[in-house]
Design a protein around this ligand. Structure first.
Ligand SMILES: Cc1cc2nc3c(=O)[nH]c(=O)nc-3n(C[C@H](O)[C@H](O)[C@H](O)COP(=O)(O)O)c2cc1C
Length: 204
């Protein structure tokens, strides 16, 4: 079985968070869908709530504190992403956008991404199409066709079997097929010493 890394970005602020709940449901479905394509996914969840101060500091100083650097490195090295935000004022939340702003603008190029959101009302479901999809297209990510939106009403007793479940499953299947036709991501360290140190000294 091939191994790939999946990074899940959750921008919920509440505790417990419906955004995190949606993120967990999508990542569990993605793991299952990938398994059916003979791919074992390792899942790394990034809770932006825990990094909020670091993100603000990065925006002010230009440098990420250690925990944020680790999260950014995980995103850059990921084979695929699931990005979930609460809808605030009919768009992605400020914290979600600020995290995206501290990631290198080329880091998401060619990376498959499921976009998803939670909200109070289904009337704002198109925020995924007018806000999140263009953002990730600008970053040259490969945005999975099915976006997943969960309003308060979608979390009813039958949410495990209803429209929300079918969208989660469809998006996860699309992501797994995208992963299947891709090589694993390899991140090149520009500061890595690739030559033998003794050889380097001999050449002086
Ligand atoms: C500041 C703020 C703005 C919001 N704006 C909207 C909105 O425009 N449309 C909407 O449907 N829900 C809106 N909501 C509701 C949240 O999107 C919803 O409660 C979300 O699921 C919260 O996610 P969480 O439980 O992960 O924190 C807003 C909530 C807050 C706190």
């Amino acid at each position: 079985m091939n191994t790939r890394s999946l990074v899940v970005i959750s921008a919920g602020l509440s505790q417990p968070s419906s955004t995190r709940l949606l993120a967990d449901q999508i990542s569990a479905a993605a793991v299952g869908a990938a398994e059916r394509q003979n791919i074992a996914l390792t899942v790394h969840v990034i809770e932006l709530r825990d990094l909020a101060h670091d993100i603000a500091n990065n925006l002010l100083t230009g440098f990420p504190p250690a925990a944020l650097k680790e999260a950014i490195d995980a995103v850059e090295a990921a084979d695929a992403l699931i990005a979930v935000t609460p809808i605030f004022a009919a768009s992605y939340s400020g914290l979600f956008k600020s995290f995206i702003d501290v990631i290198d603008k080329d880091a998401l190029a060619d990376k498959p991404v499921i976009i998803a959101a939670t909200a109070g009302t289904a009337r704002h479901s198109l925020a995924l199409e007018h806000a999140l999809r263009p953002l990730f297209v600008y970053l040259r990510a490969v945005v999975i066709p099915t976006a997943v939106f969960a309003a308060t009403d979608d979390w009813g007793a039958d949410s495990a079997e209803g429209t929300l479940r079918s969208r989660i499953d469809r998006a996860s299947g699309e992501l797994a097929r995208e992963l299947e036709r891709r090589d694993p991501v390899s991140v090149v360290d520009p500061f890595a010493l690739n030559v033998n140190f003794e050889d380097l000294l001999k050449s002086l």
